[in-house]
Write a protein that binds this ligand. Sequence first.
Ligand code: GLA
Length: 731
Amino acid sequence: MAISFEPQKRVFKLDSGNATYAFLIDSGGYPSHLYFGPKLETLDLDYLHRPMIRAFSPVPEGRPAEEAPDAVLREFATHGVGDYALSSAVVRDAHGNTATDMRYRSHRILRGKPKLPGLPATFGSEEEVETLELTLADEATGVEFILAYSTFRELPVIARSVRVVNRGTATVQLEKIGSALLDFDHCEFEFLQLWGAWGRERVTERTPLRHGIQAIASNRGLSSHQHNPFFALVEPGSSERFGWVYGMALLYSGNFRAEVEVDQGNRTRAQIGINPEDFEWELTPGAEFVAPEAVLVFSDSGLGAMSRAFHDLFRNHLIRSRWRDRKRPLLINNWEGTFFDFDQEKILAIAREAAALGLEMLVLDDGWFGVRDDDRSSLGDWFVYERKLPSGIDGLAREINRLGLKFGLWFEPEMISRRSRLYEQHPDWCLHLPDRGRSEGRNQLVLDMSRPEVVDEVFRQMSELLDHANIEYIKWDANRHLTEVGSAVLPPGRQKEVFHRFVLGTYDLHERLLERYPELLIEGCSGGGGRFDAGMLYYAPQIWTSDNTDAIDRLRIQYGTSLVYPGSTMGAHVSDCRRHPENRQTPFPTRGVVAMAGTFGYELDLTRMNEEERAEIRRQVRWYHQYHHLVEQGQLYRLRSDFDTPGGYVVWAYVSPDRREVLLSAVQPRCLLNEIPRRVRLDGLAPELRYRCDELGRSFLGNTLMNAGVELPLLVHDGDSCQLYFHAEEE
Ligand code: GLA
């Protein structure tokens, strides 16, 4: 059993991969955290429970001082009864009071892992996964909190979620619910976060912890470009290969908050969950609320191992799509090539080129529906724009299929334009507030996805197309954040439910589409990578990483993204840098090398490529067809990540799960005058195997490659790159 329980001391020990997580139920009935770190062999761990009695620590009525709620490390923190650090849950009772005091009631251990209704969740077979369900209760209100902890046989991961059930007799309001809390008895950490903006997603930032609260959050309705629902606490000085690291990610695509508090005793409390700002949920007697799942990853060997654990978790235990283990179609998307200015002939001309160059799918982006000639109209009218596409979507798809390509289509399902038939018919279907204006973002409004009839209508329109045209892929965009978040159908007391209900409605639409079209490949997107989160991966196995397709900028964006999300999920395309605002002339081969770190494709007008570029595309396509499996299934090793130093390299390698193949890619953003050859040490190989590299014309022992390294071909221009493929020789 991965989960054991010692009934005398009431100690729980959860073994997951090479990690152990432990807590006990203390004399006050509180689950108290003991340990999260490298695997332990004993249940004799209660000595780690050390109440720290301090001045100004209130003690519950009639109880001993060591039961002071803020004296020990917690699993789930009370509110208003003496624990002054971040609370896990706040319930407002029928008297209007918010004290919430949850204590142990019962537990059960099960094989496998129950689904979370309406929400994304990790999964695994009964052999791989075990779950502990710990029921806590607040006696005064009768509200129960069922904390779920799941372990994974192969991975140092604990998945946590919370179900709140009102077993009392009065209606209560849930004001706050954290999904996972993690306490430490020290604060020797740095806080690592991924912040960003449109075109500049997932920039890494590391700052020392300080006393008080440090938080990142989204209040935009989507997980956002600005902050990713992930953070890590890393030992100071830890690096790609060294140091203890704790990563936490939330499987959620809406408002989240991740907070870390260092208290007066230098203890650290970290938590992630739905953002309590503008959140509240009414719980009538018998009703329940399920909080999104959080995943906790432990690594004792730096950020690299943390990333690989997240990648394996997401690939094997979160992504459900039938496309998970399949070769992703090498696509051409017309957006950067044509923007709104296309017609059927132009699209077919691009498709003919694509087919001739060995590509596999054409994706028709924005501008094919309603009367959409720019971004000011037609969202919500998901029927073909006949002036541009006289044979309809079905006719176009047929033509494209005839060329031997699959066909994919862009949608923005949660949005509505004022200038649309849908808005004329249902002006109250967008999010809005009485007596206030409706703010527009990119000239559009947001549909009230909390209303089932709205989801029904979008589903109906999308199905109409998917039923009649051979659409094998959709790109699901969302090009603005939410404002005036109110629903015309909920009573005043429940308007704070709308943000979360919006997310549930969006998930529901995904779920319904996948149920009806299980073969459909969905690529998530939100103005580039504004909804790149683990929740989305449950529905969409790949997500567009950024609208910034400049290869040099992409190095940093993809580096940050790869901290948490695997290459198989990162939408990455070669674009025509002549069309970029940066106007950086990154060499065309380098654009291929960088895009090949993710789900490969092109985003340009193939009919305007010169002969040299076409030859390079052919070469890239050949490489992709040969090596795509390494990106899809391989283990990522970030060997060098020096974006800024002149002469610095960015080098990464995908190593096959059996360690017999390696695809190494290197880019030098800025060269030195008089450049010298650079050596790089590989990682993750089998030391005893001999690896052949045809590009270098020789073979090396794995041990040599990992310790002495390999000399890269000399790169002499800014933005130059190389790719090397190594494969184990037969013994
Ligand atoms: C967003 C996406 C782009 C493209 C446009 C279309 O910005 O990120 O890739 O689909 O919308 O309007």
